[in-house]
Design a protein around this ligand. Structure first.
Ligand code: ATP
Ligand code: MG
Length: 451
């Protein structure tokens, strides 16, 4: 692999170490990226300087993980993570090493790292390569392989198997069979990893170009049954009818299709989970056909459980559950203008693009081939048209306010809300009614009726 281009700003930062007689190496993902011919997205440095020495070398240093020897140096607009060479002793909780000790040896530091491709160091400023585990060869072979004995490395830190799957999906690398095989034996350790750390890896899998590259080995190793039993249970749930796949293959494919459309995180998550309620709601009709009546409600419940379990922010949970709950709209049944308006209100104008993308991904993953671009066009065109007309989608859009109703004698309280909502329903059915005069007339009648 040819000459590696190291950013001049990084070299400049490295000189601060060199001038003090300290060693400094670029390590981790940045080296991996350089060797793959990609631009690194952030810089991790390893040094024999102790954290206090690093702090004294630079003006702006944040002691991000000083207990583990890591500080963050702010330098010319960059954040550089600098970690003192270290070894790790036992991981009795499978989460964090019990003690870390510093070492003067880069080789020792590299041997605590997870995969060979992540255990390569480039000495700065000249770029001498330190690669004791043939990480470069594995990168060339596109292989994810543990440093040392996989069983031991996975039992030290249960996050590592998940990291392997995440890297596989991100970079389209294969996992070396002994490394993959060690996952099954590490399930107990994985079960003790904090939900937040699991979520961060899961998020990166979902954000990757082809998420199923992680999910398929995740299922095979038993990890899916441990972390996402609701999803694993979809294996073998047959559907027939229009569907070519069982519910699990359909779900994984839908998530891949959402990724192909470049969809946002909530859409990808919704694609993955939109059908998990099918198991609970599945019924065989007398004609021998499977039905899944209102499965989306059960899917919403299970999706909410999963995302809360992994401590997703409420905003994400709400978005994903909303998409899952609305994914079953029937474009052919949304005929009248009023029905289109109700559809817009239910889905929310800001979510329309997402629900279309989800539906395209769902259709693709049902038939096994991409739907034509115009698949949803009859609906999307009508929605676009209605959106250009008089807007009356919420109480805010009404030509009258609560104050107007007070003025005609409606008493404050629940009845006020009921009347306002009836006015909105009227206007959704017929936007021509949305004038002050007409609405006040209707309101007077309603008020009389309710008195
Ligand atoms: P990316 O930044 O794309 O997630 P990365 O390889 O830089 O990839 P980081 O989480 O930033 O991953 O970690 C930096 C380096 O620290 C890794 O390359 C690896 O050498 C080491 N490392 C990180 N997490 C672990 C772990 N759980 N066990 C062992 N080594 C680890
Ligand atoms: Mg990194």
């Amino acid at each position: 692999m040819g000459k590696l281009r190291i950013d001049p700003v990084l070299l400049e930062a490295a000189m601060f170490f060199i001038r003090r007689g300290k060693q400094v190496f670029l390590v981790g993902g940045a080296v991996r990226d350089l060797l793959r011919g990609k631009a690194p997205k952030d810089w991790d440095l390893a040094t024999d300087a102790l954290p206090e020495e690093v702090i004294s070398l630079f003006n702006r240093v944040i002691p991000t993980g000083i207990r583990h020897g890591t500080v963050t140096v702010r330098f010319k607009g960059h954040s550089i993570e600098v970690t003192t060479f270290r070894t790790e002793s036992a991981y009795s909780d499978g989460r964090r090493p019990d003690t870390v000790s510093f070492t003067p040896s880069i080789e020792e530091d590299l041997s605590r790292r997870d995969f060979t491709m992540n255990a390569i160091a480039l000495e700065l400023p000249l770029g001498r390569k330190v690669d004791p585990f043939d990480g470069e060869g594995d990168i060339r072979r596109r292989l994810i392989r543990c440093v040392g004995e996989p069983e031991r490395r996975f039992s030290e830190d249960g996050l590592r198997p998940l990291r392997a799957l995440r890297f596989a999906a991100q970079m389209d690398f294969a996992i070396d069979p002994p490394t993959l095989a060690a996952t099954g034996g590490a399930l107990q350790t994985i079960a003790r990893v904090s939900p937040e750390r699991i979520r961060d890896e899961f998020d990166r899998i979902v954000a990757s170009p082809v998420p199923s590259r992680a999910f398929i080995p995740m299922e095979k190793t038993g990890l899916m049954a441990l972390l996402f039993p609701e999803l694993a249970a979809c294996r073998g749930v047959e559907q027939r009818g229009f569907h070519r796949f069982d519910v699990l293959d359909h779900s994984l494919l839908a998530c891949d299709c959402a990724a192909r459309y470049g969809a946002s995180q909530p859409v990808r998550l919704a694609a993955l989970f939109h059908d998990i309620g099918k198991i609970q709601t599945r019924r065989l009709t007398e004609e021998g056909v499977w039905t899944f009546y209102r499965h989306e409600r059960e899917s919403v419940r299970l999706t909410g459980n999963i995302l809360s379990r992994y401590r997703y922010p409420n905003g994400v949970i709400d978005s994903v559950c909303h998409l899952v709950g609305e994914h079953m709209f029937n474009a052919g049944e949304i005929r009248s203008d009023a029905a289109v308006r109700r559809f817009i209100i239910r889905v929310g104008e800001e979510n329309l693009q997402d629900i279309y993308t989800l539906r395209m991904a769902d259709a693709w993953a049902t038939a096994g081939h991409e739907p034509p671009p115009a698949f949803l066009a009859p609906l999307t065109e009508r929605v676009a048209h209605i959106l250009t007309q008089n807007r009356a989608f919420s109480l805010r859009d009404l030509a009258v306010t609560g104050r107007d109703l007070l003025a005609i004698g409606v008493k404050p309280g629940p009845r006020m809300g009921i009347i306002l909502n009836e006015l909105l329903e009227t206007v959704i059915d017929d936007p021509a009614q949305n004038s002050r005069e007409k609405l006040l007339e209707i309101a007077v009648n309603l008020n009389r009726r309710y008195s």
